[in-house]
Write a protein that binds this ligand. Sequence first.
Ligand SMILES: [Zn+2]
Length: 125
Amino acid sequence: MAAIHDIKCTNPDCGHESYDALVIPDRLPFCLCGSAMEIRWDISQRVAPVTIPSTVHPREQAVVWHNERTGSVAYPPMNNVPMPERYSANGYERKELNTLAKLDKFCKDKNVTNEKTTYNSGNGV
Ligand SMILES: [Zn+2]
């Protein structure tokens, strides 16, 4: 029965590896170098390539300056801009919307739209 395995060439001079190959375990394919391939049981515990928690990359993160007392929000031109004195002196605090849930809630509460999450970024998909 076919299964998905990580396989590698048994020739140490070749070392070719193939990840997530669909193989029949007792009829493994041969490497392009002509040597037999074997299942890599040593990395069977490998984790999925994406191990980043479901947060937004800091570069992509939405940031607002929020005044807890008045409920006012100011939108910095970029997420890495230091807050001007006039905002911090009036009680504004930096608020990072670092999950999609926080961003969605903020947009709904303030009746605004996040361009990045709402519209196509121009990648043609
Ligand atoms: Zn090989």
